[in-house]
Design a protein around this ligand. Structure first.
Ligand code: ARG
Length: 463
């Protein structure tokens, strides 16, 4: 039986009635307790500033600091009773502070509001996540670099449309990802730089009449400066959106290599072997080595991009300044950050453990007429044909080889000359895959010498 006053529809779930429903929708403590360390760090800096500016006494500030340190210890020890009735982390901490130190606790919230407090806590948290993502990316880039170094001149097929296009080197392919992840890293660095302004002191929305020193708190908390507009400070979450955007792009890059791992590790490709640590068996098919971690990484892009879209949608129509809608920012960012960092670590593990099958890579590169472009280029260089005509002659030779069931270097000189009389045996020097990649010396091209130069550059950058 529902209690009197309970909502008829939801009574089973919220048997205490409307108050319980309101508490359930309003409280954020279930998730924002993750901000406890940031909340306490921010409050300690605020109290020290209130004392330095004479707004509260040094004695009260010392009590507040001692009490907050104890609250942190209790939370870290798992000894803290979080209460939904107290709504959020800010009120939970302050309530416990009052139990510990009594009346002086009431002075902590002078010249402050939960609006600048939450903006601060969340910014500190997101800033830490930028640092963690940057670290994860550094480790991941090193793993790709080690792969590049091991196989700088190994031949593999390069693809367009997942069709064999031209031979490339394994080292070049690995370094392509180093480039992508380096840009991801710089996006997190940029975002961090822009978000590194301290919200504390914006108060509810308009600033405060107390003689606070915002520069002091900004400095104590590792910010470059205080934010310059109190309305902007309490209303905006673009720092979180920048983090999410960078995370979404990075997750997309992770997903692309994850997809390549799925394809490459298949029995049809056999380009790579994933380590046991990152493969799973099938309960019924003993031959299977499933690339589960790569597949999950591919899928996680969806939730990280989803979080990004969700927060954009929360923010897009809000009038200045704070609205409670903004409480919905945290879970999205928490989930995206957790999954991004896990994904970076998993990818680093997979790449470090990966064994490339050099013979299978080279064999695949040699099939599919991957040196047809080299042949066309030779016709232009050696016989001075216009490229369009060279393309046409090459097409005829590819067709001939296809009909014969052989590769381009297997055609005899006579056969070639039937297609174009001026072809000489010098043409064979460009037809092998080794020759093909060695000739791609244009800046940024796949020639092993280029790749080795890029490896040296990246070694310097990554230390
Ligand atoms: N729990 C709130 C949030 O996460 C804290 C800020 C509350 N401010 C307010 N004016 N109700 O956004």
């Amino acid at each position: 039986m529902d209690k009197p006053g309970a909502n008829q529809m939801w009574g089973g779930r919220f048997s205490a009635g409307p108050d319980a429903i309101m508490e359930a929708i309003n409280a954020s403590i279930g998730f924002d307790k993750r901000l406890a360390p940031q909340d306490i760090t921010g409050s300690r800096a605020h109290a020290a500033m209130l004392s330095a500016t004479g707004i509260i006494t040094p004695e009260d500030a010392a009590e507040i600091d001692r009490g907050l340190a104890q609250v942190l210890t209790e939370i870290e020890a798992g000894d803290f009773a979080f209460s939904a009735a107290l709504e959020d982390i800010h009120m939970n901490v302050e309530h416990r502070l009052r139990e510990i130190i009594g009346a002086p606790a009431g002075r902590l919230h002078t010249a402050r509001s939960r609006n600048d407090q939450v903006a601060l806590d969340f910014r500190l948290w997101v800033r830490d996540q930028c640092d963690a993502a940057i670290q994860g990316l550094d480790a991941l880039m090193r793993a790709f670099l080690a792969q590049a170094e091991a196989g700088a001149d190994w031949i593999m097929p390069g693809f367009t449309h997942l069709q064999t296009a031209q031979p490339v080197t394994w080292g070049h392919h690995m370094l392509a990802y180093v480039e992508m992840f380096a840009r991801d890293k710089s996006r997190f660095q940029d975002a961090r730089r822009r978000m590194n302004e301290c919200p504390l002191g914006a108060a509810a929305l308009a600033g405060t009449s107390f003689p606070i020193d915002r520069h002091m708190t900004a400095q104590a908390l590792g910010f470059d400066r205080p934010t310059a507009n109190s309305l902007d400070t309490t209303a905006d979450r673009d720092f979180a959106l920048e983090f999410l955007s960078a995370a979404a792009i990075c997750a997309m890059h992770l997903s692309r290599f994850a997809e390549e791992l799925v394809i490459w590790s298949s029995a049809q490709f056999r380009f790579v072997r994933m380590s046991d640590r990152f493969s799973t068996g099938s309960s019924i098919m003993p031959q299977k080595r499933n690339p589960d971690a790569a597949e999950l990484l591919r899928a996680k892009t969806g939730r990280i991009l989803g979080a990004t879209v969700a927060l954009f949608t929360v923010m897009k129509g809000l009038p200045l300044t704070y609205s409670k809608d903004m409480q919905e920012d945290k879970e999205q960012v928490f989930d995206a950050a957790d999954n991004l960092l896990l994904g970076l670590a998993a990818m680093e593990g997979m790449v470090s453990d990966l064994t490339a099958n050099r013979a299978a890579l080279e064999a695949a590169a040699s099939s599919g007429f991957s040196t047809a472009t080299d042949l066309a280029d030779w016709l232009v260089r050696a016989l001075n044909l216009p490229f369009r005509e060279a393309h046409h002659v090459t097409g005829a030779l590819v067709k001939l080889a296809e009909d014969k069931g052989c590769d381009l270097p297997d055609l005899s000189l006579e056969e070639m000359q039937k297609t174009h009389g001026e072809i000489t045996k010098a043409v064979y020097s460009v037809l092998g895959v080794q020759n093909s990649v060695a000739s791609r010396t244009s800046y940024g091209g796949t020639a092993p010498d280029n790749v080795r130069a890029q490896i040296a550059r990246w070694k310097e950058v990554l230390g």
